[in-house]
Structure formats: structure tokens, C-alpha cells
Design a protein around this ligand. Structure first.
Ligand SMILES: Nc1ccn([C@@H]2O[C@H](COP(=O)(O)O)[C@@H](O)[C@H]2O)c(=O)n1
Ligand code: CDI
Length: 162
């Protein structure tokens, strides 16, 4: 009746890249680099969903060696995986996410990200939590070399009596 999954992702900062987190473009002096749009939060969420249904990870479904996914919109990748989740008969119970970034300040953008994640997972915003933390200037995130994200997801079988 329940399936749990967790996801973790990291992307490095680069000059002249947009910063896209949770499907939202965030004003900043640099962005994240990747084969795709490097949306570090949506990648962690996609991995959590894949983990919950026992389907490996994002790179197995969308290889970074495949030109088809060059500059891919990570929201579309997540939507594709979410269709599989729904086909297996599951819906979102809840999801809790953490963005690990020294900068920029995420607080002004959290509600917009939360709304976008809820929309992608066909859920109510009350089922989605997004938070942020610095690492107190320690490590690669603290040195502002990149951003990391974590996601923990609970899927519930549709129509299950809880
Ligand atoms: N990129 C970030 C990081 C943190 N926040 C908010 O600040 C609070 C304090 O951060 P600590 O790392 O000192 O725990 C945190 O709880 C977040 O609300 C942020 O907005 N953006
Ligand atoms: C999303 C994919 C595919 O474009 O590329 P990246 O943006 O490099 O992201 P990553 O989190 O390394 O893993 C999955 C990739 O295959």
C-alpha cells in the first residue's frame, strides 16, 4: 500500500547559466551546469520517485550520453516518470525536500517551488514541503561551488483505505 523513496543530487555552478530549482528560475549571478537544465531539486525528486517504484535512477531512464536529453527541461523528465508512478497505481502521500545552498537565499522562492512541485506531482501543496539550509560555509556547497538537494517521498496506492 505504501512505497518510500529517497533522492540526492548535486550540480556545479557555472557562469552564464540560468539557475533553475524546482522548475522555477531564480535570479542569481550564476547557474547550475549539467547535460540537462541541471534542476538539482527536480532530479532529486525524480530519483526519489524512481526509488519508490523500484526503477533505478534518472540516469538509467535519461542517460547523459543521449543527445535527446541535452538541455532537457527536467520538469518534463519528472512528468514522464510520474506517469509511470500513476500507471503503477500510486499517488503522492507526501514529499519532503531540502535544498542545500549557501546562496542564493531560497526563502523568497520556496512557496513558488512548492506550488510547481505539487503541480508536477498532481498533488495539493499541503502534501509538499520544500526547505533550504546552508552548510555554514563548509564544504563544496559552503564554498558556493554547487548546490545539492535531497528528497524523501511516500507513495500511496490509489483508493487505499488509510
Ligand atoms: N540558501 C538558503 C539557505 C537557508 N535558507 C533559510 O535560512 C535558514 C537558516 O539557514 P541555516 O543554514 O543557518 O540553517 C534556513 O532554515 C532557511 O529557512 C534560505 O532561505 N536559503
Ligand atoms: C538529467 C540528465 C540527462 O540530461 O543529465 P544531467 O543534467 O547531467 O543530470 P544528472 O543529475 O547528472 O543525471 C541525469 C542525467 O542523465
Amino acid at each position: 500500500m505504501f512505497r518510500i523513496g529517497q533522492g540526492y543530487d548535486v550540480h556545479a555552478f557555472a557562469e552564464e547559466r540560468p539557475l533553475i530549482i524546482g522548475g522555477v528560475t531564480i535570479p542569481h549571478d550564476k547557474g547550475l551546469i549539467g547535460h540537462s537544465d541541471a534542476d538539482v531539486l527536480l532530479h532529486a525528486i525524480t530519483d526519489a520517485a524512481l526509488g519508490a517504484i523500484g526503477e533505478g535512477d534518472i540516469g538509467r531512464h535519461f542517460p547523459d550520453t543521449d543527445a535527446a536529453f541535452k538541455d532537457a527541461d527536467s520538469a518534463k523528465l519528472l512528468e514522464e516518470i510520474w506517469k509511470v508512478v500513476e500507471e503503477r497505481g500510486y499517488e503522492l502521500g507526501n514529499i519532503d525536500c531540502t535544498i542545500i545552498a549557501q546562496r542564493p537565499k531560497m526563502a523568497p522562492h520556496i512557496e513558488e517551488i512548492r506550488g510547481r512541485v505539487a503541480q508536477l506531482l498532481k498533488a495539493d501543496v499541503s502534501q509538499v514541503n520544500v526547505k533550504a539550509t546552508t552548510t555554514e560555509k563548509l564544504g563544496f556547497t559552503g564554498r558556493e561551488e554547487g548546490i545539492a538537494s535531497l528528497a524523501s517521498i511516500l507513495l500511496v496506492k490509489k483508493g487505499a483505505a488509510l
